[in-house]
Design a protein around this ligand. Structure first.
Ligand code: PLP
Length: 491
């Protein structure tokens, strides 16, 4: 065992030469600022060579290394091979772009190393500030609660847990799902994100208890079908308890008729949850906010600051109308978490009383900086801009005979394809070719059985030149891939 001597006591993990570290730290900061400033000059994405992968298959280092060397490895072997969502040409899936302000705030948060599980500290107050701002933005009452989580997948899971406890009572926390002898059923649309079904799985309700309601031609949940499904379940002895509407569906960006869902949930006394992962923050745009009418009537809303909010990953959020129900679903007494009215154990309730995490990072800080520095108006304008770019892309597709629009463009997601024989195969290959070219990064989805090139414009840096580049690349690769196929007969 190490003997405590003067030397070992001094041997903390802090540097012996702070000046040296300071200079190295400034170089690291400069590199990241340069990266963001010059990001357009880089490919969106490039596949990593095997040699680069090998760098990360070395044994556990035993001896001390050098920070400058680790930084060099980062610059050489990590940074160039990220997925590229900070790049304006990135349009795959639904990824936020991040901001330099968010990056700097992350550094401050990491330096402070606050644990936001609870206790009497202003970092927790910063999280509560975000809760108050979100109540204000979404028109929720002062009694609403909120919590940062990793992402909307976790936020949706929390919503199901709160709704489950609300309908079955606190006994379910002790006796499990069998406690009330009820068979709960939940409802969502065919366009809902897979994490709703996953939440049913993880809560023990089971994925079969989720009724997947068809969508209409605008990709909104079919209200008549939903009403009928609830009635049928009641007839068969089930206990309907939860409707998950979607505000900004992941495949096409559709917004369910939230007012109709709110009316139905009210009439049937069901919990009305909204998965607003990326779409809910459209509330920041006065132009888009009316499209979310009905959201203010939800029992809970799950959304991400890391998508349209441009906060660096990760920053998901759950807002619950009835903060008491939220607390009752998670709070538990533990001797080592005993509360006081003063001292460091004051300030109850704590964030850990509203979710499954005890130790939690300071996600609130990068979000606070983002809202504080850019302001709601400017963030709202950047959100509206991505929707305007969606319309621009739609118009370009409609004006290009070789391309075909596959779904209406409600917000910022555009699904289209190159017209040709064997279109599914060709369009999948077009997307891979575009990604590998580094020009742009769309992804794919399936719309009415057809494989679509899907562009989700989420990044505040994206502009018309990036849309033009995507169109040009789709045409160029479409022509060569479809043509090659004819040349070679099969394939
Ligand atoms: C992104 C997304 C999710 C999942 O959110 P994460 O933050 O990735 O966990 C859920 N629903 C919708 C509609 C999404 O767009």
């Amino acid at each position: 065992m190490t003997k405590i001597t003067r030397e070992t006591v001094q041997d903390s993990l802090d540097p012996t030469d702070w000046q040296d570290l300071r200079e190295q730290g400034h170089r690291m900061l400069d590199d990241m600022l340069d990266y963001l400033k010059q990001i357009r000059q880089r490919p969106v994405w490039q596949p990593a060579p095997q040699a680069v992968r090998e760098v990360f298959r070395q044994p556990l280092p035993q001896a001390s290394g050098d920070l400058a060397a680790a930084h060099a490895t980062f610059m050489h072997d990590i940074l160039p091979y990220a997925v590229g969502n900070a790049h304006p040409g990135f349009m795959g899936w639904v990824h936020g772009g991040g901001t330099p302000v968010g990056m700097l705030a992350e550094m401050l948060a990491a330096g402070l190393n606050a644990n936001l599980g609870g206790r009497d500290q202003i970092p927790v107050e910063v999280e509560w500030q975000i809760v108050r701002w979100m109540r204000e933005l979404f028109g929720f009452p002062d009694t609403a609660s909120g919590l940062f989580v990793t992402g909307t997948s976790m936020a949706n899971l929390i919503a199901v847990l709160v709704a489950r406890t609300a309908v079955l009572g606190g006994a379910v926390r002790y006796q499990g799902m069998a406690s009330g002898g009820k068979r709960l059923t939940a409802y969502t649309s065919a366009g809902a994100h897979g994490c709703i079904a996953q939440a049913m799985d993880l809560t023990g309700l089971g994925m079969d208890a989720l009724r997947v309601i068809p969508v209409d031609e605008r990709f909104q949940m079919d209200i008549a079908a939903l009403t009928a499904a609830i009635a049928q379940d009641r007839e068969q002895g089930y206990t309907p308890f939860f409707i998950a509407g979607t505000a900004g569906s992941v495949d096409v960006g559709a917004i369910d008729d939230l007012t109709a869902l709110a009316d139905l949930a009210q009439k049937e006394a069901l919990w009305f949850h909204i998965d607003g992962a990326y779409g809910a923050l459209a509330m920041l745009s006065p132009e888009l906010a009316p499209r979310l009418a009905g959201l203010e009537r939800a029992d809970s809303v799950a959304f991400d600051f890391h998508k349209w909010g441009q906060v660096p990953y990760d920053a998901g959020f759950i807002l619950v109308r009835d903060g008491t129900l939220h607390y009752d679903a998670f709070a538990s007494p533990a001797a080592y978490l005993r509360r006081e009215t003063c001292g460091m154990a004051a300030g109850s309730p704590w964030p850990c009383d509203f979710g499954p995490d005890l130790s939690r990072g300071f996600r609130a800080l990068k979000t606070w900086f983002t809202l504080q520095v850019y302001g709601a108006e400017r963030l709202g304008m950047s959100i509206a801009k991505t929707c305007a770019l969606g319309q621009y892309l739609k118009q370009r597709i409609e004006a290009t005979p070789a391309l075909e629009l596959l779904a209406p463009v409600a917000l910022n997601i555009v699904c289209f394809r190159y017209r040709c024989d064997d279109a599914d195969r060709v369009n999948a290959a077009i997307v891979i070719a575009i990604q590998e070219s580094g020009i742009a990064a769309p992804s794919t989805t399936t719309i009415n059985g057809k494989l679509a090139i899907r562009a989700a414009i989420v990044n505040h840096r994206t502009d018309t030149v990036d849309i033009d580049a995507l169109i040009d690349a789709a045409l160029k690769f479409g022509e060569s891939i479809a043509h090659n196929r004819n040349d070679h007969g099969t394939e």
